[in-house]
Design a protein around this ligand. Sequence first.
Ligand SMILES: [Mg+2]
Length: 201
Amino acid sequence: MDLLTRNNTVTQEQIDRLWETAKVEVTTAYDKCTVMTVKLENGFILSASSACVDPANYDPELGAQICRRKIEDKLWELEGYCLQKQLFEERAAAQNDMTAEREGAILEAAIETWGERAQIGMAVEEMSELTKALCKYLRFQNGDLDCDAAALLRCAVLEEMADVGIMLNQMALIFGDPTEQEIYKLERLEQRINRDKKGEE
Ligand SMILES: [Mg+2]
């Protein structure tokens, strides 16, 4: 599942499930303070308290509600941290796992499985998908997009860049290593930059 479609979020159901399986103890201290202790199924303990000034105004039910809200807030934060950490570790593991040797074997297997002709066609297809993602990014860049929508467009460009990168590496296996041409073109680019810079002075 890719990063865009995976549901990377903590949900209310998740928090509710933690409550359902937790052991909750509620006590009153000094006739005006509710103390709630929650032991989660995994053994982790959270606590919260809520007090009023005058014992005459003390409402244990209200105290318990406030404590539960405080503990729920902590749970959201803890579950969020846990998910973020898990995603970070998954990505790091995936990156470390992908050695150059393994990458080469996968690319070769793709060509062997579907054939050169199909993979060349796929390269064209992926390049057009990147073109579309870049055009979309440029089209909406100056509009009034919210942060989430802008992040999605950037994410879409990154995904298509990855697809094109993979296809270009397969093209290198089919047509040969273009490093020589790349160096020549980079040097030519450098000369053009220097020439244009001098022209500006
Ligand atoms: Mg694609």
